[in-house]
Write a protein that binds this ligand. Sequence first.
Ligand SMILES: Nc1ncnc2c1ncn2[C@@H]1O[C@H](COP(=O)(O)OP(=O)(O)OP(=O)(O)O)[C@@H](O)[C@H]1O
Ligand SMILES: [Mg+2]
Length: 208
Amino acid sequence: MNAGQGERGRLIVIEGLDGAGTTTQAKRLVEYLNAQGKPAHLTREPSDGPIGKLIREMLTGGHAIAGEKIAQSTFGLLFAADRLDHMQREVEPALRAGTIVVSDRWYHSSLAYQGTGADRDWIATINARAHRPDITVFLKVRPEIAAKRRHDAGRVQELFEDMQMQQDVDAGYRATIAELIAAGERIDVLDGERMPDDVFAAILGAIA
Ligand SMILES: Nc1ncnc2c1ncn2[C@@H]1O[C@H](COP(=O)(O)OP(=O)(O)OP(=O)(O)O)[C@@H](O)[C@H]1O
Ligand SMILES: [Mg+2]
C-alpha cells in the first residue's frame, strides 16, 4: 500500500420489504457511526442520480403507457444501470476515501422485485458488475406487518393487490438470500418486527 493511502471503506446494505424499516435503520446507523468518529455516508436505491430520478418518476406513475403496465424487465434494466451509475458517481468515490457507505437497498431488491416478473438469473447477470456488499442486513418482517406500518404511516395502498405483490416479493427475497449466501455472500437476517431500538442493537451486533 502506498504511503498516505488510507484504508478502503466498507459497503453495508440494509434490505427488506416496503415498510420493513430500512430507511429508519439506515439513517440511524449512519448517525451512530458518524457520532463514533467513523465517517459514514447514507445513500439509497433508486439513487439520487439521473437514472434513479427517472426510476422514481416511473414508479410513481410518470411516463405511463396507456392501458399497460411498464414491463418489469424494463425496470430490471433501469435499476441495474442506476446501480452502476450510483457506484461510479457516489459509492466508489466514498469507499476510496475510506468512508463507510450504508445503502438503503442494493441488488437484492432487484433480484426480489424484478426476479419474479423477469428471470432471476437474467437479473443476476445484468447486476454482475455491481459491487458486492461487505455485509447485508435483511430486516425480516411479515408482509402483513409491513403493510400495516405503511398504512399507519399514511401511505394509501390497494391492500389486496399490494399484499399479493408483497408476498411474491417476500418469496423472492427468501430465494435470493438463500442463493447469495450459498454463493458466499454475507447476509444477516434479523427480526425486523421488534422495537426499533432492539432492531438497531441487532444491526450493531451484526456489523461489529
Ligand atoms: N421496528 C419498528 N417497529 C414499528 N414501526 C416501525 C419500525 N421500524 C420502522 N417503523 C415504522 O414503519 C414505517 C416504515 O418504516 P421505514 O420508512 O423505515 O420503512 P422502509 O423499509 O424504508 O419502507 P419503504 O421501503 O417503503 O421506504 C415508518 O412509519 C416507521 O416509523
Ligand atoms: Mg424507505
